[in-house]
Ligand binder design. Structure first.
Ligand SMILES: NC(=O)c1ccc[n+]([C@@H]2O[C@H](COP(=O)([O-])OP(=O)(O)OC[C@H]3O[C@@H](n4cnc5c(N)ncnc54)[C@H](OP(=O)(O)O)[C@@H]3O)[C@@H](O)[C@H]2O)c1
Length: 353
C-alpha cells in the first residue's frame, strides 16, 4: 500500500506531541479530490487543536489548508481534473496527499504561484468575511486592528484600506508597526506599554476621542478589556482569536454601557468546512448575491468559490500583498509552530511538502 507523510497528534501538549508518521495515501471517495500538497499553511488553530484549547477527537491529523495539484478525482467530481492547481480548506493538510470534499476546493488563478495561494487562503478569507459579515466596514469608518503585522492582521489592514476605512494598527514592536505602516495602516500604536497607554493613544486617533467603529481582535485575553474602552457608542467588537489566551468569562450587561455589539466569529461559520463527502446542496441564486444573502446556505461550493474569487481579485489588483514569513520543511513543523506562538513572526508561515 502506498504511504505518505503526515503530522499527527495522539495526545495534547506542547510541540513535543507532534508526530511525523506514515499513513496510507487516501483514495478519493465520491465527491472528493485527491490533492498532492505543495504547500500547507501554518495556522494558529492548529496550535489550539494541539494544546486542546479547541476540542477534537484523538488521534488527529493536523493542518487546515493547503495548495497543490489534483492527483485524481472521485466519482461525481466534474469541476476538477488531474493536474489542476488548487487550494483547499480541509483538516489534515500537513501531509503529502489529502482527499478533500470538492466543495472545499477552489482553482488557483493561472498567474498565482502555489506558495502565494497557500499563504493567503485561511487568513485572507478570515479577514474578508469578517470585514463583510462580522462588521461590514464602510468608507470613512475608523477601525482598530490588533496584531496588525501578523498573518491575518496584515491582510485585514490592506483589505480595510481597500474598502475605504481609516486603520489604527497595534503591534508589540516598532519593527512590526513599520511593517503595518508599509501595508497601509494610518495610525500606529505599540500596545506593549500597557492597556491604559494604548487605549489613550487609540482614542487620540479617533474623531473627538469618541472611539472606533469596530475592533478586529485576534489577540483575545490581553486586549479584550481595552477593546471595550476604545469602541464608540454602538461600536462592534469582532473578537476572533486567542493568540494571548481565551477571553475570560464576561457579563453581557456590560455591553449596554455603550450599546456595543460583540461577535465571536469563526471562518468556518461563514464558509462551511464540512469534510463529509456528501455533495453540496444547490443554491438557486446568482453568485453575486451570495455574500449578502442572509438566507443562503453557507456550507457550499458556491460560497467558497465566491469568497476565493473575491480574495484573488484583491491580490491580482495589487490591493493585497502576500507576505510569506518563512517556508519550513515538514520535519520542522515543531519549529514553525514555536515560531508562530513565540510572537517573532510577521505574515504567513508555510510548510513545503
Ligand atoms: N476566527 C477565525 O476563523 C480565525 C481564522 C484565522 C485566524 N484566527 C485567529 O487570528 C489570530 C491571528 O492568527 P495568525 O495566524 O494571523 O497569527 P499572527 O497574527 O501571525 O500571530 C499572532 C500575533 O498575535 C500577537 N500576540 C499578542 N499577544 C500574544 C501572545 N501572548 N502570544 C503570542 N502572540 C501574541 C503577536 O503579535 P504582536 O507581537 O504584534 O503582539 C503575534 O505575532 C489568532 O488568534 C487566530 O486564532 C481566527
Amino acid at each position: 500500500m502506498a504511504t505518505n507523510r503526515a503530522i499527527q497528534i495522539s495526545k495534547h501538549g506542547g510541540t513535543e506531541v507532534l508526530e511525523l508518521n506514515r499513513i496510507p495515501v487516501p483514495t478519493p471517495g465520491p465527491g472528493q479530490v485527491l490533492i498532492k500538497t505543495a504547500y500547507a499553511g501554518v495556522n494558529y488553530i492548529d496550535t489550539y487543536y494541539r494544546t486542546g484549547l479547541y476540542p477534537i477527537a484523538l488521534p488527529f491529523n493536523l493542518g487546515s489548508e493547503g495548495a497543490g495539484t489534483v492527483e485524481s478525482v472521485g466519482v461525481g467530481v466534474t469541476k476538477f481534473k488531474s493536474g489542476d492547481h488548487v487550494v483547499h480548506m480541509a483538516t489534515g493538510s500537513y501531509a503529502d496527499f489529502l482527499a478533500v470534499p470538492e466543495k472545499s476546493v477552489a482553482h488557483v488563478p493561472n498567474d498565482l504561484p502555489l506558495d502565494q495561494a497557500a499563504a493567503i487562503l485561511i487568513q485572507g478569507l478570515t479577514a474578508l468575511t469578517m470585514l463583510r459579515e462580522s462588521y461590514e466596514v464602510k468608507r470613512g469608518d475608523t477601525i482598530l486592528v490588533h496584531a496588525a503585522a501578523g498573518g491575518t492582521g496584515l491582510i485585514l489592514v490592506q483589505l480595510a484600506k481597500a474598502l475605504g476605512a481609516m486603520v489604527i494598527a497595534t503591534a508589540s514592536s516598532q519593527e512590526k508597526l513599520d511593517i503595518a505602516k508599509a501595508h497601509g495602516a494610518d495610525y500606529l500604536v505599540n500596545y506593549s506599554h500597557g492597556e491604559e497607554q494604548w487605549v489613550k493613544e487609540v482614542l487620540g486617533h479617533t474623531k473627538d476621542g469618541q472611539g472606533v467603529e469596530a475592533v478586529y481582535d485576534g489577540v483575545g485575553k490581553t486586549t479584550f478589556e481595552g477593546d471595550l474602552k476604545v469602541l464608540r457608542k454602538k461600536g462592534s467588537l469582532v473578537s476572533f482569536g486567542n493568540a494571548s489566551g481565551a477571553v475570560d468569562p464576561f457579563k453581557i450587561n456590560r455591553l449596554g454601557d455603550k450599546n456595543l455589539k460583540l461577535l465571536r466569529p469563526r471562518l468556518f461559520g461563514y464558509i462551511g468546512k464540512d469534510c463529509s463527502p456528501l455533495p453540496a446542496p444547490r443554491i438557486p441564486k446568482p453568485i453575486s448575491s451570495l455574500a449578502n444573502d442572509r438566507s443562503m446556505q453557507q456550507d457550499t461550493q458556491e460560497v467558497f468559490d465566491y469568497y476565493c474569487g473575491e480574495l484573488f481579485k484583491y491580490v491580482k489588483a495589487g490591493q493585497v500583498k502576500i507576505n510569506i514569513h518563512k517556508v519550513y520543511s515538514l520535519e520542522d513543523i515543531a519549529q514553525a509552530q514555536k515560531d508562530l506562538e513565540g510572537r517573532g513572526t510577521t505574515g504567513k508561515l508555510l510548510i513545503k511538502l
